[in-house]
Design a protein around this ligand. Sequence first.
Ligand code: AMP
Ligand code: MG
Length: 498
Amino acid sequence: MHHEFLLLDNALNLAKMKIMKFINSYYVLPERFYTDFKPSIFKKPELVSFNESLAKDLDFDFSAFSQEDLAMMFSGQTSLNGSIFKSLAYAGHQFGHFVPSLGDGRAALMGEVESASGKTFDLQLKGSGPTAFSRRGDGFSALGPALREYLVSESMFHLGIPTTRSLAVVATGDLVYRETASPGGILTRVASSHIRIGTFQYFAARRDTEALEILLNYSINRHYPEHAHLSIGDKALSFLSSVAKKQVELISHWMGIGFIHGVMNTDNMAISGETLDFGPCAFMDHFNYHQVFSFIDKNGRYAYSQQPHILLWNLSRLADCLVPLLGANEASAVEKLNAVLTSIPKLIEQEMRKVFARKLGLDGKESECEDVISQWINYLEETHIDFTWAHFYLDDLLKESPSKDAVSFFPQTQSGKNFFEAWKKLSPVIKLSVNPVYIPRNHLIEEAILKAYQGDFSLFHRLNKRWLKPFHDGGEIEFDLARAPLEQEKIKNTFCGT
Ligand code: AMP
Ligand code: MG
């Protein structure tokens, strides 16, 4: 009982202060877009990590708050001035099967805030208790997945890949029950919005054309305002093109960094083109074109090699939703949307070529280096060498006297010889900020989580700090964080853990 009075006290103090500038434009949309949400009460929330640099970007002056205050705020125990909790409705194709009602089952929007640079961002708590969409789930999250998302999303950001970000992780002090009992955790996610392909599918499945039009207009105003002047039909077409372009860029970034999302369901594809949902994701160590990590992805639907194909499949599902917005003539609507879809494979090809040309130091020579890129991918597949080191060492090979380490790294094969000859003929110049030396390797993440569960957060913090600067700055390399895993350290499977 005492405990609850304390919470209330704290809430009153904090509520008086204007902490961040909340806008909450999504809540102006009709009530069928979201449901009310009340965070659960947690025993003893403790702040594990707080992202000061992101907080500053969000114009959040946190200097007056203690760690305890922040733990209360980012576990939903105190309500911030201007923040309103809602859980958002969405549907989605999960592994190809349509589920008409998914929604935020263990997440709640706190509201939208305006950043220092005038941009709008969603703040969302993940793991703060049951919602109207929880179905058979408990609405909570274990601490491990929260730490994982914090580490990987922040690392992705510093690698220059569009992504949702992480503002805080709080340990709730309560246990969550999965295969075993684990400490509970809450992640505060920051996203340019949480509108997914699945949000469109939610209303399309209900034949709610009015809601689809409202959602399209809202999405365009928020993400693609350059289309705001168009008629609704043209908006739908331009929107599909713009989302496609953003998502093609995103997936090409993933391919270039060896990132495997692992659960590219339509509910996990943000229309902003940001990486969303870090459940079973993983970075490749040794190259394997058809690599799968996610334990539940038994058929390899979301393998590394499949990501560009799935992207197109997902965009086709978005196109399905837009048909009713193109007028009464369905056949003509389908034809117009199809014209956009058929242009996507070429877009993917071009963007992928651009990404790999940059990695090989051949920017601007995309048309000349198509064959060289294929030779390179074939060589990687033949030798299964570490994806990150392979690219990192390329630069070294271009020096007058390459290091012994670099030379001996690359196995000598006939296809390798052919590639290196053809590649060097194109006079490559590799920029330092293209091929990182530090990526969020699975074995490091798993070790950090294991240690955190034993009460030692030092590796978690060390990794976070290291991954702020993933590119080599010419100094000493922290080899224990950069090296590929030994055979016995390799993580074979990842789990959603939700
Ligand atoms: P995900 O696989 O993380 O994309 O989640 C798919 C769906 O399951 C979403 O609707 C989630 O909100 C829901 N979900 C995942 N974990 C939980 C949980 N612990 N409790 C309730 N719903 C959940
Ligand atoms: Mg999800």
